[in-house]
Design a protein around this ligand. Structure first.
Ligand code: R5P
Length: 236
């Protein structure tokens, strides 16, 4: 699932990703997010490793990012092999002006959230179409244990959450890197993200949800006039 991939959107994603790559310095431990914007970031970091001898250690939020990074010569270690991550750079599907975001369009929200909470600083790279007044137009991914998930599906339907079981590009049931399934909630708008997060967290069988509320320190926004950095003053 993706918010869109027009040529302009890809240019803006790339501008944001390239700007965010400047934050990575020698000796740092860097969390690498997932998705198409992070793919561009990892390409740029790989270029710097090869051409500028940049030396950093990466911790990946997905198998696919780890594979891409390693193929470019970036050192990737397990999260448990480091004490803390200096900085994580990740993508997002939507973010509002209170720094509440939706993630999980690629199904990587669980590892992304685990890496985020173990990071000293979190930056998102997005194009300007993803900065919104109210989140929720993008479907909210919920990572669910497959066992008994039919009952969670019913519970979500009864609550009016319009859940859809995610199917992969291969036409098969989508499975996360942890072998869980994703239920996408088509909510259209989320009036109270905190309350929804609490509701979802309290359901047995829900492993994690794609609401990342007030967690991000900075958002690098790719705009036609040039990248803009939104700073979350509450996280300074
Ligand atoms: O599970 C996927 C992640 O949360 C992505 O970071 C998010 O969906 C943004 O992806 P993209 O950069 O492809 O729009």
């Amino acid at each position: 699932m993706s918010a869109g991939n027009s040529e302009l959107q890809n240019q803006l994603k790339k501008a944001a990703a390239t700007k965010a790559a400047d934050y990575v310095k020698d000796g740092m431990i860097i969390g690498l997010g997932s998705g198409s914007t992070v793919r561009m970031l990892v390409d740029e970091l790989g270029r710097r490793v090869q051409e500028e001898n940049l030396q950093f250690t990466g911790v990946s939020t997905s198998i696919s990012t780890a594979e891409q990074a390693r193929s470019l010569g970036i050192k990737i270690v397990d999260l448990d092999a480091v004490n803390a991550i200096d900085l994580t750079i990740d993508g997002a599907d939507q973010v509002d002006r209170n720094f509440n975001g939706i993630k999980g369009g690629g199904g990587n929200l669980l590892w992304e959230k685990i890496v985020a909470v173990n990071s000293k600083k979190l930056i998102w790279v997005v194009d300007e179409s993803k900065v919104v007044n109210q989140i929720g137009a993008f479907p909210l991914a919920v990572d669910v244990e497959p066992f008994g998930s039919g009952h969670i599906l019913k519970q979500f339907s009864n609550a009016g959450f319009n859940p859809v079981v995610r199917i992969g590009n291969d036409g098969q049931l989508f499975k996360t890197d942890s072998n869980n399934i994703i239920l996408d909630l088509h909510l259209h708008k989320i009036d109270d993200p905190g309350k929804l997060a609490e509701t979802l967290t309290n359901i047995v069988g829900v492993i994690e949800h794609g609401l990342f509320l007030g967690m991000v320190n900075e958002v690098v926004v790719g705009k036609q006039a040039g990248p803009e950095i939104l700073v979350n003053s509450k996280k300074r």
